[in-house]
Design a protein around this ligand. Structure first.
Ligand code: HEC
Length: 246
């Protein structure tokens, strides 16, 4: 073996130990904020409180039984704005019949004008979702196909690069802990594998909804490895009693 293999974190000079420790603490703190962000982003996706598999399936695979407009007026939060009997059914059958421009002009536009436009216009309460033209209404009349590839690519490339870099650092530090060499060899490989599986699964979940379980499993493994690879070095540096020299 070479000189490096016997080197242990607790023998590092104090400034280096402090640098490494604070780095680990800050990375861990950032990870907790990332978890909070994950929760806040997805917990309302399925309309129910709490972050569940159903939120993830909705976010990545979509909800192919219905469209956003149908979901909102058929028992959803916008149903209250269609008091006249029959209006809801007219809009729903228009969507089912292919949402034609003629049907919009003849049937749907007057209903929306009477009940919805006061909020859904460029100056209204819901200015982000105007419903004043056929084109605007078409956007909420598409089947929800989940995460677009463009969004996947944007999230995947930044996360794979940044989390990859984090585990490069965590792995390098972990190599100097007192964990047996055999274990180290396995543990430093796992996060990279889990990271690739996670984003691979997120891509595939767009076609096969059950794959969100694989995504959850790999995401949880990443969290666990993150915890192990920050806490073990901290323990080694500040708490563990030095064992007799090998
Ligand atoms: C009093 C104002 C108001 C009226 C009237 C109103 N909406 Fe809304 N609408 C909102 C708000 C606020 C939201 C966002 C909160 C939500 O989704 O419940 C929303 C959300 C929506 C969404 C989802 C938009 C998105 O991109 O997520 C649709 C579709 C929608 N409304 C359709 C309608 C239809 C159709 C009507 C008429 C029957 C209507 N709304 C009447 C305020 C209004």
């Amino acid at each position: 073996m070479n000189d490096l293999s016997g080197l242990r974190l607790r023998d590092f000079p104090l400034p280096l130990k402090l640098t490494i420790s604070l780095g680990l603490v800050v990375l861990g703190f950032g990870y907790l904020i990332a978890l909070a962000n994950l929760y806040l982003t997805y917990h309302l996706t399925d309309g129910q409180p709490g972050l569940t598999v159903s939120d993830l399936r909705r976010a990545f695979y979509g909800n192919r039984e219905t469209t956003k407009l149908a979901a909102k007026i058929d028992g959803g939060s916008m149903a209250q704005f269609l008091p006249k009997p029959g209006d809801k059914e007219k809009i729903l059958s228009w969507i089912q019949d292919g949402a034609s421009r003629e049907g919009y002009e003849a049937v749907v536009r007057p209903i929306l004008a009477e009940n919805c436009i006061r909020c859904h216009n460029p100056e209204g309460l819901q200015r982000f979702r105007p419903l004043t033209s056929y084109e605007e209404v078409m956007v909420v009349t598409q089947v929800d196909r989940g995460e677009p590839v463009s969004l996947w690519a944007r999230v995947a490339h930044t996360h794979i690069q940044s989390i990859g870099l984090i585990f490069l650092v965590l792995g390098a530090v972990f190599c100097f802990t007192s964990v047996p060499e055999k274990w180290k060899t396995v543990i430093v490989v796992l996060p990279f594998a889990a990271l690739l599986v996670d984003f691979g699964a997120r891509y595939l979940a767009r076609t096969v909804p059950a794959i969100v379980y694989l995504m959850l499993l790999s995401g949880a493994s990443i969290g666990l490895l993150f915890a192990v690879m920050t806490l073990v070095p901290l323990y080694d540096m500040w708490i563990a009693k030095p064992s007799s020299p090998e």
